[in-house]
Design a protein around this ligand. Structure first.
Ligand code: SF4
Length: 196
């Protein structure tokens, strides 16, 4: 069974069907992982926040609520240079709400793209591993990704010691709302996204 093709959603009702991914994902071994110290609080608080006043809180509010609930005081803000102004505003909001914030931009390190074998690369390369290292060095407890490029975000997730949440996913065409092409697929994006 593939969850994408499933119309039963038995897992939502806490049932396990034959040949269903739930047989693996609901195992004692997985549940035990949630009980580990580094996961237990985050798992519980995330569920509580997502359940509470569903649909009435912005993602910005939910990020702060999760951070407060988990007792995270020092936050990392890992952002794209193209969203510098937005990062300043997010930084301000977080500080006003009592957090200590360490901000780090994607171009940090000033490493030329030639280091990646890209000739005439123009400005410095994005440096998500450097961003992660910097936040790791500052012992941030929870990192917020703001507008990182596809793939650069993957490297940041891989190297970040602290758990990461995404505030905004970069989409330069759709105002950083990538789902817009899904919602308007039939009208505008069908030819581009569903090659015949
Ligand atoms: S886990 Fe099982 S029941 Fe749940 S959506 Fe996937 S296939 Fe369906």
């Amino acid at each position: 069974m593939n969850c994408v093709g499933c119309n039963l959603h038995a897992c939502e009702g806490k049932h396990v069907l034959p040949n269903c991914p739930s047989a693996l994902t609901g195992s004692d071994k997985i549940v035990e992982e949630y009980r580990k110290e580094q996961n237990a609080v985050l798992a519980r608080v995330s569920s509580e926040v997502s359940m509470s006043r569903n649909g009435k809180k912005t993602r910005m509010e939910e990020i702060m609520e999760v951070a407060h609930g988990c007792g995270y005081q020092r936050l990392g803000l890992c952002f794209c240079m193209g969203l510098f102004r937005e990062a300043q505003i997010v930084h301000h909001i977080l500080e006003q709400n009592g957090f200590e914030v360490v901000g780090i931009v994607c171009k940090t390190g000033g490493v030329p793209k030639e280091a990646l074998g890209i000739e005439n690369g123009g400005n410095a390369m994005c440096n998500p591993i450097g961003q992660a290292y910097y936040l790791n060095e500052h012992h941030t407890e929870f990192n917020i990704a703001l507008g990182l490029c596809v793939g650069h975000d993957s490297l940041f997730f891989r190297y970040s010691d602290a758990p990461v949440t995404v505030f905004a996913a970069k989409d330069k065409v759709l105002g950083h709302n990538p789902l817009a092409c899904i919602y308007t697929l039939e009208g505008y994006y069908e030819d581009k996204l569903l090659p015949k």
